[in-house]
Design a protein. Structure first.
Length: 294
């Protein structure tokens, strides 16, 4: 397996802190995101390596194994077990003895001979491929409906269906779309974390939406009808006479769809913000004065 220097990919040295890893990953992931480089296969490949490097170096346990075993870090537990056994002395089925300590380069060879294709054991041990992690940005309005997006994974286009109601930070798994397995082992999986970009005036809390609507003083006092925008079209609202500033109403079923629950939605809460008139004429001021005396 070709060795990939995760520190080099993120532009870091081995003494980098966890905060350094996080900052480097975010900067490079934004720069090389497939959405910003749709026709650049090299950028797509680098983006995958950046995610892979972040997955390992941001996890203290994985990073420790990587620092010690390099490209063989995923098999660290097997290495440790074999190493402990080798220090006591082993004899394989062919009568050969192994004892003492091994340097890093020789240890991989020992491990391969112990578990791989030497001696009388002809079959090689199969290992599952590494999982990939990626972040996918989705607009708020797109997350409102079930839709498809195409991802580029190892140079191949993969179309995925994103269910309506996906939440910010939610993670889904694509089975078998990770790194290839070793010695015929199964592929790893791809984990996608969604980053929802709010391109609306609505605030989301679970499946409920919140918004503030301005109404003029005359409508608030006398009542009337206004039209507001929702995520699935315009809605007419009746404003009751003498509506107070800060009044909140609920529009049932006009919120965000429930994830993987067809036909069910949260609610939309609308808060009225009464706007006072400005630049009054002398006649208007006179009328307000008369009102104030009543």
């Amino acid at each position: 397996m070709e060795f990939v220097d995760y520190y080099k990919i993120l532009g870091l040295d081995k003494n980098a802190s966890q905060d350094d890893v996080k900052k480097a990953y975010r900067k490079l992931a934004r720069k090389h995101h497939p959405d910003l480089n749709p026709n650049n296969k090299e950028a797509h490949k680098l983006f995958q390596q950046i995610n892979e490097a972040n997955e390992v170096l941001s996890d203290p346990e994985k990073r420790k194994k990587y620092d010690e075993y390099g490209k063989d870090w995923k098999h660290a537990e097997q290495f440790e077990q074999a190493k402990r056994s080798s220090q006591r002395s082993y004899t394989d089925t062919g009568g050969q003895s192994f004892s003492g300590d091994f340097d890093e380069e020789g240890f991989s060879d020992f491990f391969e001979s112990l578990f791989g294709g030497s001696g009388r054991r002809s079959s090689q041990t199969k290992f599952r491929g590494q999982d990939y992690n990626a972040e996918l940005q989705v607009n708020f309005t797109d997350a409102y409906t079930t839709h498809q997006q195409t991802l580029t994974i190892d140079g191949k286009n993969v179309r995925i269906t994103i269910p309506a109601g996906i939440e910010n930070g939610q993670k889904i798994k694509l089975k078998g779309f990770g790194a290839p397995g070793v010695n015929g082992g199964p592929n790893g999986d791809l984990y996608i974390t969604f980053s929802i970009v709010n391109n609306t005036k609505f605030k989301r809390d679970g499946n409920d939406l919140y918004t503030t609507i301005d109404i003029d003083l005359y409508t608030a006092v006398l009542g009337g009808e206004i039209t507001i925008d929702t995520l699935n079209g315009k809605v007419k609202l009746k404003v009751n006479p003498e509506t107070q500033n800060g009044t909140k109403i609920r529009l049932k079923g006009k919120g965000f769809p429930l994830y993987k629950t067809e036909g069910q939605f949260g609610d939309l809460f609308v808060t009225y913000n009464v706007k006072l008139p400005t630049k009054l004429t002398d006649k208007q001021k006179e009328l307000f004065t008369q009102l104030s005396k009543l």
